[in-house]
Design a protein around this ligand. Structure first.
Ligand code: UT7
Length: 327
């Protein structure tokens, strides 16, 4: 089997402000020790007022385009994966399109939470496979700090802000995307959600007073489904690509919780040195976490031709996904 598409270049953007566990200790009843041992997180980046989603997304995209030797004008499509858009209307992807002067690109948003980037990658692969598009920008961007309740210690310690972007183009060799798999189960929607601000509970004084515009999470329940689903989809992706866990050179999981990543790694039987983790510095950036991790690997010179990367994610919806890429 030959791949249809490949990631040609990557870029990312983190807002400069860092929020440490020590600072969180002053805001809610928590401790650096609890956060580190239960999640693996030491610090996360938090956006300032002018660093909203389209701003971070545009910076990450400009870097990826520059590395691909392209400009916005070369793009056929922009898939902007986010659950923290600039505003309800229009799509953040359209704002990014305007920023990049990507005049011939069709642009839209995908709301698949932490699985967003893998949904976007899967969409890009399908459009390239059918010949409907050539140059596709897939962005994962979140500014979840705007939706985090800094009185709720169970969620405020986890999330961080950031953006990652990938330029996806037709494959011209054995390197490329060998498999993508995406899944959803809406019956578990209330495991992780923001009740207010939409058409069910529109923004009112009442919805604000009741804190309905903040993230609510059943962390414990999510944890178990996350491990099970990420394990299952990893096996499906490997099967699809005709590979086994022993063929994986690098496992790049969505950075939700270091204990989740470790449990998935262990179930798959991937050696410790073959998993990538940056959750200690970046926290959980939802749809941005995998492209940020890939961009870090690229800048560290760790992505070598012929390496097999297994990407796997799980998030609100619930949604999950996997991808097998030969670099
Ligand atoms: O991005 C994809 C979607 N998100 C996820 O996949 C998240 C999955 N879940 C998790 O990462 C973990 O469940 C959490 C990190 C959210 C929580 O860790 P946990 O080990 O599952 O803790 P828990 O919810 O079972 O809570 C254990 C205790 C509770 O106290 P009691 O009832 O035992 O007295 C909590 O109130 O820890 C308490 N607790 C905290 N203590 C200090 C919860 N949050 C904190 C905190 N600091 N920040």
């Amino acid at each position: 089997m030959k791949p249809a598409s490949r990631i040609r270049s990557l870029g990312s953007c983190l807002p400069p402000k860092v929020l440490t566990n020590a600072e969180l200790e002053k805001i809610v009843e928590t401790s650096d020790e609890w956060i580190r041992t239960r999640t693996g997180i030491r610090e996360r980046h938090i956006s300032g007022p002018d660093e909203y989603s389209s701003v971070l997304a545009t910076r990450a995209a400009e870097l990826a385009l520059h590395r691909a030797g392209m400009t916005g004008a070369d793009l056929d499509m922009i898939v902007c994966c986010t659950i923290s858009p600039d505003q309800p209307l229009p799509a953040t992807g359209c704002i990014v399109q305007s920023n990049l002067k990507a005049t011939k690109a069709v642009a839209f948003d995908i709301a698949a939470a932490c699985s967003g980037f893998l949904y976007g990658l899967s969409i890009a692969d399908q459009f390239i496979r059918t010949g409907k598009a050539k140059n596709i920008l897939v962005i994962g961007v979140e500014v979840l700090s705007r939706y985090v309740d800094y009185t709720d210690r169970a969620t405020c310690v986890i999330f961080g802000d950031g953006a990652g972007a990938a330029v996806v183009t037709p494959a011209d060799s054995d390197s490329g995307i060998y498999s993508t798999q995406i899944r959803s189960d809406g019956s578990l929607a209330e495991f992780l959600y923001i009740p207010g601000g939409g058409t069910h509970y529109p923004a009112t004084h009442h919805s604000i007073d009741d804190r309905l515009h903040y993230i609510k999470m059943k962390g414990n329940e999510l944890f178990k489904v996350a491990v099970r689903s990420m394990d299952e989809i990893s096996r499906k992706v490997l099967d699809d690509a005709g590979m086994r866990a022993g063929d994986i050179d690098l496992l790049v999981p969505h950075q939700a919780n270091q204990r989740i990543s470790e449990a998935v790694r262990e179930r798959l039987g991937v050696p410790t040195e073959r998993i990538y983790a940056n959750i200690d510095r970046i926290g959980n950036t939802s749809s941005a976490s995998i492209p940020i991790a890939l961009d870090e690997l690229y800048t560290q010179g760790r992505l070598k031709e012929g390496m097999n990367l297994l990407l796997v994610s799980f998030g609100a919806g619930v949604t999950w996904g996997g991808a097998l890429i030969k670099w």
